[in-house]
Design a protein. Structure first.
Length: 447
């Protein structure tokens, strides 16, 4: 992947048939290679586009379409590049790639085009990863966040802490290297304030990371309760379509059903489970077992009650064991007359049949999943970024403890250096080839 003198080629559009398909070449020989498999039509140029025919391995035409050439410094990768836009036939695109390979190009690896853009200074590592995230976005919010990151929003978010760390490192280095110079002596009070501020900045980023991870990856929410409380009806109502079979007969749901819902940009996987009760029916018993597994594996549990009747003993036992931090208690059938008895405090009353309370439920789900955070601040979301932020925050916390304990400048400086190194790993300013290999291995081929 690291030989930038080679010219690489790959299909840049998704697998399968489509109206249009693209083959991309990048590298020193991209232009002559592209010209060798293209036969231009007379007077059919449109700006930078040229219309013509693409030839196969035997030299005969296989399709017609457009050739686009990009000069070095004006392409995505920063080097000479070309794109061949044909019809989206997998056979045609494979043939075009085969001709390019026979002419001397090399098949691109995952993310190699973006890797070259990084190497040519077109983007930093956070922007490169944002390209991948934009391709993989499942919600509009995820797409917008990835796009903002591709334009440098994450780098800008990290910049204040980076500046602080560089200043701290410079002051500590000077104090260590020029210990006898009056102007470089350790100004303990000012340095301590700056170190404490940097530690708090890192802690704030760490908190934002938790929200960002959940916003990026979404959450799995299990809907559970006794039979006939309306779990499947609620499942369908949240999805806004008839996904689960609904019946008055207890035990209708025999297996877990899963589907995804977009809660204003937050991806949430809903799991409709079998009603939890004792049963002699082996099929229903297996459904109950799977329901319990889903509950254990879910990030959040929606425990559904029938708001039209008193809480049963079995439900009261479950309610006592629920973890409030990862559960919501829902009183369904709120449109029906209530009998004697009251719902537990904090129960959210809804009606899957009429839709009453569903918006409040969606808001409560969103808030519970995000843990009180905000999607607007969820810039940090990647697991790799999280590990680097954790390392940075922990190093600064150690450095602050060492400073407050009166340890030497060298001891504090080592922790500041470690914090700077870990933060630099996010943007790729400080890193290794192994790190880059791991990152770009997660990309699709052709990007």
């Amino acid at each position: 992947m690291h030989d930038l003198e080679e010219t690489i080629v790959a299909v840049a559009t998704p697998p399968g048939r489509g109206g249009v398909g693209c083959v991309r070449l990048s590298g020193p020989r991209a232009h002559p290679l592209a010209e060798s498999l293209f036969r231009p039509a007379a007077s059919r140029a449109v700006g930078a586009l040229r219309f013509g025919r693409f030839v196969g391995c035997d030299g005969t035409p296989v399709d017609h379409g457009y050739l686009v050439r990009f000069e070095a410094g004006r392409s995505f990768t920063g080097e000479p590049a070309a794109e061949l836009w044909a019809h989206g036939s997998p056979a045609v695109l494979r043939e075009i790639v085969a001709v390019a390979l026979a002419a001397g190009a090399r098949a691109a690896g995952p993310g190699e085009f973006t890797y070259r853009a990084l190497r040519h200074g077109r983007l930093d590592l956070t922007r490169a990863e944002a390209v991948r995230d934009l391709v993989e976005a499942r919600t509009v919010w995820q797409a917008r966040t990835a796009f903002a990151q591709s334009e440098g929003s994450l780098a800008r978010r990290l910049a204040p802490l980076q500046e602080t760390l560089l200043d701290l490192a410079a002051r500590a280095e000077a104090a260590v290297e020029f210990v006898d110079e009056a102007e470089t002596r350790w100004a303990s009070e000012a340095f301590g304030h700056a170190l404490a501020a940097a530690t708090e900045q890192a802690a704030t980023l760490r908190r934002a990371m938790r929200t960002g991870r959940r916003a990026r990856e979404g959450a799995q929410v299990a809907i559970t309760g006794l039979p006939n409380v309306g779990k499947s009806s609620l499942f369908n109502a949240l999805l806004a379509r008839e996904r689960a079979i609904v019946s008055e007969i207890p035990g209708t749901t025999r297996d877990t059903l899963e589907d995804a819902v977009d809660l204003d940009g937050l991806p949430v996987g809903l799991v409709d489970t079998a009603g939890i009760r004792r049963s002699t029916d082996p099929v229903e018993s297996e459904g109950v077992r799977r329901a319990r597994v889903a509950l254990a594996e879910s990030d959040l549990v929606m425990f559904v009650l029938d708001a039209s009747r008193p809480v049963e003993t079995a439900e009261a036992e479950v309610l006592r064991d629920l973890d409030p931090s990862r559960s919501l208690v829902i009183g369904n059938k709120a449109d029906l007359p209530k009998s004697i008895g009251s719902l537990p405090r904090g129960t959210l009353e809804v009606s899957a049949r009429t839709g009453a309370g569903l918006e409040a439920l969606r808001d409560a789900l969103r808030e519970k999943v995000l843990g009180g955070g905000s999607l607007e601040n969820a810039v940090l979301s990647d697991a790799r970024h999280g590990a680097a932020i954790d390392g940075c925050a922990e190093a600064l916390a150690r450095g602050l403890r060492a400073f407050e304990a009166g340890l030497s400048e060298e001891a504090v400086l080592e922790d500041v250096r470690e914090a700077t190194r870990r933060l630099g790993e996010i943007t790729g300013e400080i890193g290794s080839e192994d790190l880059l290999d791991r990152v770009f291995a997660t990309f699709c081929i052709g990007k």
